[in-house]
Design a protein around this ligand. Structure first.
Ligand SMILES: Cc1cc2nc3c(=O)[nH]c(=O)nc-3n(C[C@H](O)[C@H](O)[C@H](O)COP(=O)(O)OP(=O)(O)OC[C@H]3O[C@@H](n4cnc5c(N)ncnc54)[C@H](O)[C@@H]3O)c2cc1C
Length: 508
């Protein structure tokens, strides 16, 4: 094994790689041309994929998963990205990294049993439904509405470009449950795609031919309120957390596709002769290969380092955005250059590079465009101070009565504590500020706040680090918490724990 790679992958990971490689060689590769032509991968394949445990690598055994570290998922995505069918790779990635994680992190037991367990088993395929005809990059502007009526939400609106939306079984639907509340009105519902009132239209597209991409219309669809993920109004927040994994999966797909394409190209160059010698003897082409190999390896290590951060449960917004930007743009460039090695044959359907060329084009668009990645990175690198005012927080008319010091805000915690909701919960958060620390502990409905807690001694479930000014601005609704996270003004060691903690207190 490459010694540098062994920093990320151990022998068990590599043994697992051999197993999934063999599985794909036998069960997928002989059929890919047909699946690409038919625009569909048969259910039976995904059932076998589930039975092999590939959909549940990182999930607890209690739900049929294998409870393994994130690098097994990395291996799985690498290998599905090397079979020269982006459509196959994206279905596996959407299932494991873009839809089921929301149920795992925020779903009730009912939702886990109804949707996550069958998804892990390969019986149900999931989707993520964010994009709408009028809102892609601008997620906050989505118009799909779910208005509560008794035990149901009544859903109206449209989604577009939804991967797995035709043959899939459920969608994690991003919608507005309170259309007047901006980002705080966004919620996530798990919608059964067989519900009455859904119209589906299969879209024709440039690449990813074996994957189904759908336009979905919702006409008074009844969604049970028990299908709400987490809490109403927290959808945007959940999405910000989930998108990091989505972008990381896209990054792994990007560099792995590059490796597959370069290897395929080099094999061709060894065999193809021009001017009496193999074309891999021409210096200009050798240097092009060398340059590509260097860029792919550098990008891969950056992405793997970000995977390591993810594995250690760090909220790596900047790193995930950089990974996605670099890996997806490199995949596009690699496809272009490797196709050139093939000359006219590269333009022919019977050569896999033609398909890879088509498939790579989506990488810089789906899951957040390159421009949006640069926006996020620019905000973090340049440290733009132009924060939007919070659209989420219900602004109180008596703004002046809100506390203006960290001490003052912590003094309000007992009166804002949702004691009943905290029953049975054990959670501790250490807040580190410029001049003071606070350890907030919740033990089965009891709240305990220690000021100036000793950093070394306090072992907390989550550590929040920020300065006084930012914290006060977030708490009093002057800046958007997502913006504060995404620009690195607030560092949160465990985002999910922090969300859980935040849900136990009323807003100021
Ligand atoms: C094959 C395929 C599969 C997909 N799968 C899914 C899926 O499963 N689920 C899902 O929800 N979505 C999915 N998408 C949608 C995808 O995520 C969006 O297409 C993407 O986020 C861009 O949104 P948009 O197409 O509306 O482009 P727009 O947001 O309209 O952007 C148009 C152009 O303007 C640029 N732009 C926009 N805002 C800014 C800005 N602030 N600064 C600079 N430039 C900007 C964009 O980068 C882009 O170049 C898929 C798309 C495709 C093509």
């Amino acid at each position: 094994m490459n010694t540098a790679l062994s920093y990320y992958f151990n022998e068990e990971h590599e043994a697992f790689r051999q197993t999934i490689k063999q599985f794909l060689k036998k069960e997928a590769e002989p059929h890919i041309d047909q699946w690409e032509q038919e625009g569909k991968i048969p259910r039976e394949f995904w059932k076998k994929f589930g039975e092999m445990g590939y959909f549940g690598l990182a999930y607890p055994e209690a739900y049929g998963g294998s409870d393994l570290d994130f690098f097994y998922t990395v291996v799985m995505i690498e290998e599905v990205s090397k079979v020269f069918s982006g459509g196959l790779a994206i279905t596996a990635a959407v299932q494991t990294c873009m839809s089921t994680p929301y149920i795992f992190h925020h779903g009730s037991e009912y939702l886990k049993e109804e949707f996550m367990r069958p998804a892990i088993a390969g019986d149900k395929i999931g989707c993520i439904g964010i994009t709408e005809p009028g809102a892609g990059s601008d997620v906050q502007n989505i118009q799909t509405r779910a208005i509560k009526e008794g035990d149901y939400y009544i859903l109206n609106g449209s989604k577009t470009f939804i991967t797995n939306g035709i043959y899939g079984h459920f969608v994690i639907l991003v919608c507005k449950t309170n259309p007047n509340a901006g980002a705080a009105g966004v919620s996530l519902l798990v919608l059964d795609l067989n519900s009455e009132g859904i119209t589906k239209n299969k879209l024709k597209k440039l690449g990813w031919h074996s994957s189904d991409t759908a336009e979905l219309h919702f006409d008074n669809v009844k969604v049970p309120t028990k299908n709400l993920l987490g809490e109403e109004g927290k959808g945007f927040y959940y999405l910000m957390g989930g998108l990091q994994l989505e972008r990381l999966a896209g990054s792994i797909m990007g560099y792995a596709a590059c490796e597959g394409m370069l290897e395929y190209g080099m094999e061709y160059m060894r065999q193809r002769e021009a001017f009496g010698r193999p074309i891999n003897k021409f210096q200009v082409l050798r240097h092009r290969v060398a340059q590509m190999a260097a860029e792919i390896e550098a990008t891969k290590f950056y992405v793997l380092q970000t995977c390591r951060m993810h594995n250690e449960k760090k909220y790596a917004v900047k790193e995930s955005s950089i990974s996605k930007l670099l890996a997806s743009e490199l995949a596009d460039k690699t496809a272009y250059q490797v196709l050139q090695f093939f000359g006219g044959y590269g333009y022919m359907e019977e050569y896999k590079i033609a398909r890879a060329f088509r498939d790579s084009r989506i990488g810089t668009i789906g899951g957040g465009t390159s421009e949006i990645m640069r926006e996020i990175i620019a905000k973090m690198v340049i440290d733009d101070a132009n924060y939007d005012r919070a659209t989420s927080n219900e602004k109180s008319s008596n703004e002046e009565q809100k506390p203006t010091t960290v001490e003052g805000i912590f003094a309000t915690l007992p009166s804002r504590f949702k004691k009943e909701k905290a029953a049975g919960k054990n959670l501790s958060v250490l807040f580190k500020f410029d001049t003071a620390n606070y350890l907030v502990q919740i033990n089965d409905g009891h709240l305990d706040i220690q000021s100036n807690a000793n950093n070394e001694q306090a072992s907390a479930d989550c550590i929040v680090e920020t300065n006084d000014e930012t914290y006060i601005a977030v708490e009093t609704g002057k800046i958007n918490p997502q913006e504060a996270f995404m620009t690195g003004k607030i560092k949160v060691s465990e985002l999910m724990k922090m969300m859980e903690f935040g849900g136990l207190f009323k807003r100021l």
